[in-house]
Design a protein around this ligand. Structure first.
Ligand SMILES: C[S@@+](CC[C@H](N)C(=O)[O-])C[C@H]1O[C@@H](n2cnc3c(N)ncnc32)[C@H](O)[C@@H]1O
Ligand code: SF4
Length: 418
């Protein structure tokens, strides 16, 4: 390869990384790498640390045994960083939605707009250098932390995919882990408390207070049922920089909302969505209405789309996911439907896509739903068909043709093949 071709190749790599997502960059070995293993820690309630939600089984240590700093430079984390540096993201994480262009991870590049003498800026800059160099032991601190104190919730939704973890046992990240996060809070760019319901945990309130008092540059984001907003929570939310706030809806009238989210109040969620929406007048942030649909609520999709317009929000819509805590009876009750109804749902999606004023996020979500509905397990026959397709694709994978079948795999499984 001559110099000209080499330069062209490097330029293409940089363009690809920029196109696919801000989480990607090119390191000194010329590999397109994901920043995640150098920037982020996802703390689970039992202390396990995940690198990323797309690699739930790739645990790089447990903070209960090794502490936050111990896991940050654990052998497992180092090993993953080494692989990522040497092989690149496409080889290490072939299933990642970011690489397939389905999902965008949040960028952390905004640190460049901060005061160069601030702790956050200095840590982020050092971290960027370490990513480029392919360092495995990091001198910089994590820049983004997902913190799940437990999966406990104030509601008892019919479909909750976290039920499976609650069944497995009650876990809670202890106070000393929270204190360790607080020790590195002054260099953090993003805190993402999660649950269960994040706003019932004192830790979430304390993180918001710490943003106000210790590190105003740190951005906050979470997903909530918005049924437990105290005055203090509203006050703190209005004082901090919110990166994104998602409010979940699984019914779109008082009747279906309260039926499917026992313990929740329709008036309360609307009031709190309104509050969040108004907050953006002073301090803009993306508001997302998370929405799942079952064989009854799909008919209410137009109501949700109107709400999105009213609140100038995007919607992340999904057909109900079937997880290991859901049995056949659940499928029969909430997923199974006639072909006629499924076609009606598909038509509704197509019609919604014709709306020129649609938020880009909502449009992408509708396109994703359209794809998922192609193999929707509305009947026993369809489930069998999906299984056969996946079996064939797995055979392709076994003979080394994984890349050829990768797009098909996502299209067919869509989370529905058990
Ligand atoms: C598990 S909750 C946790 C955060 C918060 N308690 C809430 O409800 O927003 C996160 C999101 O997952 C969605 N979810 C849970 N189970 C689901 C399922 N079986 N299918 C589709 N979405 C599901 C919820 O509706 C919610 O939007
Ligand atoms: S509010 Fe969220 S975490 Fe709680 S039960 Fe419902 S979906 Fe699950």
């Amino acid at each position: 390869m001559n110099n000209e071709e080499k330069k062209e190749g490097e330029k293409k790599l940089v363009e690809d990384a920029a196109k696919i997502g801000p989480m990607l960059t090119i390191n000194k070995f010329g590999k397109m790498v994901c920043r995640h293993p150098w920037t982020s820690m996802d703390l689970q309630p039992d202390g396990d640390v995940q690198i990323c939600c797309y690699l739930p089984k790739r645990i790089v240590g447990n903070v209960k045994f090794h502490g936050v700093k111990g896991v940050w430079n654990s052998e497992e984390f180092q090993d993953f960083r080494k692989q990522m540096s040497e092989k690149g993201a496409k080889a290490v994480c072939p299933k990642c939605h970011v690489l397939q262009g389905i999902k965008q991870w949040e960028t952390l590049n905004w640190y460049k707009d901060l005061d160069p003498n601030s702790e956050v800026y200095k840590n982020a800059k050092l971290n960027e250098e370490e990513i480029f160099e392919g360092k495995t032991v990091l001198a910089s601190n994590p820049r983004r932390i997902k913190y799940i104190p437990s999966f406990v919730c104030n509601l008892n939704c019919y479909h909750c995919n976290q039920e499976q973890y609650r069944i497995k046992g009650f876990h809670k990240l202890e106070r000393n882990i929270f204190n360790q996060v607080m020790e590195i809070f002054q260099t953090l760019q993003v805190i993402n408390p999660f649950g269960g319901e994040p706003f019932i945990f004192p830790e979430t309130i304390e993180f918001m207070r710490a943003i106000v008092e210790k590190n105003p540059a740190c951005r906050f984001y979470t997903t909530t049922n918005a049924n437990h907003f105290t005055d203090e929570i509203i006050d703190l939310l209005s004082k901090i920089k919110i990166m994104k706030m998602a409010v979940s809806y699984d019914g779109y009238t008082k009747e279906t909302y309260e039926k499917y989210r026992p313990g929740a109040s329709w008036e309360t969620v609307l009031k709190n969505t309104e509050i969040l929406s108004k907050m953006r007048e002073k301090n803009p942030f993306p508001l997302v209405l998370n929405a799942s649909f079952n064989n009854e609520t799909y008919k209410q999709m137009p109501i949700l789309l109107e709400m999105c317009k009213k609140y100038k929000a995007a919607s992340k819509m999904v057909p109900l996911h079937i997880k290991s805590n859901h049995d056949k009876e659940f499928w029969r009750k909430h997923v199974k439907m006639s072909k006629q109804n499924l076609n009606e749902w598909r038509r509704m999606v197509d019609e919604a896509l014709l709306d020129k004023d649609l938020h880009l996020g909502t449009r992408n979500s509708l396109l994703n739903m359209k794809m998922l509905l192609e193999n929707y397990p509305y009947s026993e026959f369809q489930i069998t068909k999906n299984r056969v397709k996946v079996y064939i694709i797995d055979l392709f994978k076994k003979v080394g043709l994984y890349n050829a079948v990768r797009p098909l795999y996502k299209k067919i499984t869509g989370g529905y093949v058990k």
